[in-house]
Write a protein that binds this ligand. Structure first.
Ligand SMILES: Cc1ncc(COP(=O)(O)O)c(C=O)c1O
Length: 459
């Protein structure tokens, strides 16, 4: 795959959006808090282990296998340490993939209305269906899977894709083998470790035993070489990809589905960024013939509607997907959902329904276009500085190559010299070494300022 060349200017339709919506969104009547509290410590400091009372409960040995904390808390820790060193620095984060722009009014109004209704006898509702409200399941099925044969009953509404990834791991249990793209979103590997599916971590190769790491590099167009990929029970596959920003083509996904059919595997397809696709790449694995018998798809409103805090997602488990003994996977997933989850918040679901109304879809599209313009600005900046830049076309992530350098060193250099937070590629797996991920989620003025600083650093 060739490095993506950003358009040198922002499209006129996008500029119109900026003028009419982009910045005015931020001056809406309701002012959200502007500053974000960064958490230095996720958990309280433990007492002195020599003197403190200890229970007789052994630590889960799988937890002990996990490496050096989850990536983003580590980034937050370094950011906080940087702020202690430079208290007056205006730190800009293009690191963690959290959305920054306000949720469109058409969506928050629906949530506000539902929230107010909860204060009335007629409008009150308590526990809902664990699988989600029928109207929302139907709207997701028709909006995203209209002619793909996915029905309302195949959709499980959730509190987000990350939570569903863990619930899926619980469904599969500890005896399955799994494959991941390398690099990949860390939740697949970490949840697999926690479930006990993996062996120990090998520090020399930065890999866990018993995981098939499917290397995705510029050389193979960020699509794994399936002819050398070991067969596993489960294949996690994310497109558009976090962190590389690459998108698998129809032909590549056809190969993947064929590979899964031949191997007897189940693909867990993460389409959390599908709405960022602007070319004819598939937006769902179910666009590929035969996928319903080998794939589950998980997705989310987080990056479409700014629901990272609201929390709403969904997972599609087609009725056609069967275990080796013929038992429907959806029936077991339903059992897991009913056991571990009491349904997504009714307020969030009202928001989700509003997202899928004609006005909501238009509003989500506008916010996505805003982030895509940010992406183009970032791609343009790194390209003009002579870097090889990948992704950024169908995804809000830009994957920048620093050949021969350690990702954490580049991360530290950029933070130290420009007060910008990025994400070290190696945090997504050994295949990410030598890259940094730059997220396009940010206010426009911050993205422009960040690019100015990067141009000064690398000119
Ligand atoms: C690939 C991918 N899947 C899932 C998630 C989590 O989504 P949610 O907010 O719905 O839990 C993210 C969040 O960054 C992601 O990048």
């Amino acid at each position: 795959m060739a490095a993506f060349q950003a358009p040198s200017s922002i499209s006129s339709s996008s500029s119109t959006f900026l003028v009419h919506n982009g910045f005015s969104l931020r001056s809406s009547k309701i002012c959200p808090p502007r500053s974000r509290t960064w958490v230095l410590k996720c958990v309280a400091a433990p007492p002195n282990s020599e003197t403190a009372h200890k229970t007789k409960v052994s630590r889960n040995e799988n937890m002990a296998k996990l490496q050096a904390g989850y990536l983003f808390p580590e980034i937050a820790r370094r950011r906080s340490a940087h702020l202690l060193k430079y208290p007056d620095a205006k730190v800009i984060s293009l690191g963690i993939g959290d959305t920054t722009e306000p949720i469109p009014d058409v969506i928050t109004s629906a949530m506000a209305w539902r929230s107010r209704a909860l204060s009335t006898i007629e409008g009150y509702s308590g526990y809902g269906a664990e699988q989600g409200e029928q109207k929302l399941r139907a709207a997701i099925a028709s909006t995203y899977y209209g002619d793909l044969g996915i029905e309302e009953a195949d959709i499980f509404v959730s509190d987000g894709a990350k939570c569903d990834i863990s619930r899926l791991q619980m469904l599969f249990g500890s005896n399955v083998t799994m494959a991941v793209q390398d690099p990949s979103y860390p939740a697949y590997v970490d949840s697999s470790v926690i479930m006990g599916q993996t062996g120990e971590y090998y520090n020399d190769i930065k890999k866990y035993g018993n995981i098939e790491y499917m290397r995705c590099t510029p050389e193979n167009g960020f699509f794994p070489n399936l002819s050398t990929t070991s067969k596993t029970d489960i294949i996690f596959f994310c497109s558009p990809n976090n962190p590389t920003g690459s998108t698998a083509s129809r032909d590549q996904l056809t190969q993947l589905v064929q590979f899964a059919r031949e191997s007897g595997s189940i693909i867990v397809y993460d389409s959390a960024y599908a709405m960022y696709i602007s070319d004819d790449s598939p937006r769902s694995i179910f666009e590929i013939p035969g996928a319903k018998e080998v794939a589950i798809e998980t997705s989310s409103f987080s990056k479409y509607a700014g629901f990272t805090g609201v929390r709403l997602g969904w997972t599609v488990v087609p009725k056609e997907l069967l275990f080796s003994n013929g038992f429907p996977v959806a029936k077991d997933f339903n059992r897991i959902v009913c056991t571990c989850f009491n349904g997504a918040s009714n307020i969030s679901q009202a928001g989700g329904l509003a997202c899928l109304s004609p006005d909501g879809l238009k509003a989500m599209g506008d916010v996505i276009n805003f982030y895509k313009e940010n992406t183009a600005i970032i791609v343009d900046t790194f390209t003009s500085l002579g870097f090889n830049v990948y992704g950024g076309k169908n995804a809000p992530y830009v994957w920048v190559h620093f050949p021969g350098r350690s990702s954490w060193d580049v991360f530290a250099e950029i933070l130290e010299k420009t007060h910008l937070v990025t994400t070290p590629g190696s945090g997504f797996g050994p295949g990410g070494e030598g890259f940094i991920r730059v997220s396009a989620f940010g206010h426009r003025e911050n993205v422009l300022e960040a690019c100015k600083r990067l141009k000064q650093l690398y000119k």
